[in-house]
Design a protein around this ligand. Structure first.
Ligand SMILES: Cn1cc(C(=O)NCCN)ccc1=O
Length: 117
């Protein structure tokens, strides 16, 4: 297991805002459609339409396994959630609206956490 002591200070510095914003996303009221991978039994066409599925649990696993080499890789996976959501859902559907709301929350929080760096 990669305790924080063994991660280079630079990398750990990179990871802190990622962990923080992920926690904020997971606890947001509008996060419910994005917490886990979309259920393909419930939505049989999903994997045909969405070639690169992504969800908050998967991002958490990748972060914990040190799979992100930069903040940008992390940000790309978060934005992939919202881009997939726009592809598969109408803007004014409950899931579509949640995606727009959570995307704005993410971009605002991310800017606050990283603007001074
Ligand atoms: C991200 N996303 C989630 C759903 C959904 O219904 N999630 C319910 C979780 N209980 C449907 C389409 C979609 O693109």
């Amino acid at each position: 297991t990669n305790s924080t002591e063994s991660i280079p200070i630079r990398l750990n510095k990179e990871l802190a805002p990622c962990r923080q914003v992920l926690d904020d996303l997971e606890s947001h009221d509008e996060a419910w459609p994005f917490l886990l991978a979309v259920n393909t039994k419930q939505f049989p066409t999903y994997r045909k339409v969405i070639r690169n599925p992504m969800d908050l649990q998967t991002i958490g696993k990748r972060l914990s396994q040190n799979e992100y080499k930069s903040r940008d890789e992390f940000v790309s996976d978060v934005r992939l959630i919202f881009d997939n959501c726009e592809t598969f859902n109408e803007d004014n559907s409950p899931v579509g609206k949640a995606g727009h709301t959570l995307r704005l929350f993410f971009e605002t929080r991310w800017a606050d956490l990283t603007s001074g760096k």
